[in-house]
Ligand binder design. Sequence first.
Ligand code: ADP
Ligand code: MG
Length: 394
Amino acid sequence: MSFKRLSEVDVRGKRVFIRADLNVPQDDAGRVTDDMRIRASVPGIRDALSRGAAVMVTSHLGRPTEGEWTAQASLAPVGARLSELLGVPVPLVRDWVEGGAWNTSLEPGQVVLLENCRFNKGEKKNVDELARKLAKLCDVYVNDAFGTSHRAEATTHGIAKYAPVACAGPLLAAELDALGRALADPQRPLVAIVAGSKVSTKLTILRALAAKVDALIVGGGIANTFILAAGGNIGKSLAEPDLVGEAKAILDEFSGKVPIPVDAVVAKEISPTAIAELKAIENVQPDDRIVDLGPTSVAALKMIVGTAGTIVWNGPIGVFEIDAFAGGTRALAEAIAASHAFSIAGGGDTVAAIAKFGVADRIGYISTGGGAFLEFLEGKELPAVAILETRADG
Ligand code: ADP
Ligand code: MG
């Protein structure tokens, strides 16, 4: 992948437009409950400011109706937190598409936050007229939002066509470097773990991955679908019976690479008070729910992880939020942390599991993107990255 990086661009005295991903979770009062994404965007903003740029930052937040400002989707709480982190005032600008005094009077070393870009009509549809107006606001466009790079929108794609210079910010560049290292020319054996609850979206990824990897470990609802495909019992477990054919096709083609779980932790219901029982798959009853992999299955996957050269992980292998069902995911997280392999993990709940088990600092790279991470694994082109590549020499 070849694209221009912010670090290579001389931004002194330039107006720099940064598309960040500041789409943070908030409580009912609008308070930011997890500022990871805001903190992650700080290095790019700080770099541009410290090198004498006049900086504007925008992001989407939630899914507002285009053309209608609402307090609920306002970036105001994000701006307050960003200001604390940067240690400088971060004024919030509304109705900014047409430019004006806020744009022409922005001085080097100053930063403004441009209100939620999804308030602008045409953002999601990547309307060309909007994209041209956005490009006029800046001398340098910086995409630092990996999490939305799988979507072609006006601030992630259209603007990059028309801005005088278009480049990747440090967060986006680091993501692409890490993903490229894991998948383009990986140290082998390459092991992928795909688990969690979004079965149908992730099953499509498996076929693309199965062809690339040396071992494919399945967990969660995906493992249950594979157990069904292999003729095993899953009772009332989460699975996608419609996709058993797809799972069978993957097993026919790649069976040696995909170990099927042989035992599981089961419960009659998914609740913190439920009784967890350990069962061989052949003893799973019609009213059982598989909530975690069992110790024999976990030992087998730890062996595979232990010899890996590269590990790609998406999805908890059990209902890790409930302690009685968390053993498999904990063991997996610890095995990845202990391994000498380059490891990369992504997905909202996967990152939560990594935090819960305290292994974040021993994972090679933690991706900030959910959907974009999965699409990259699937081998799809990320439109916001592709457009930067076409501008690499511009
Ligand atoms: P990510 O956000 O990392 O991409 P997902 O959203 O696909 O992961 O899945 C995470 C969820 O999957 C967790 O809330 C976890 O409780 C759930 N899960 C894992 N295994 C099972 C299972 N066997 N049955 C039901 N839910 C499961
Ligand atoms: Mg999730």
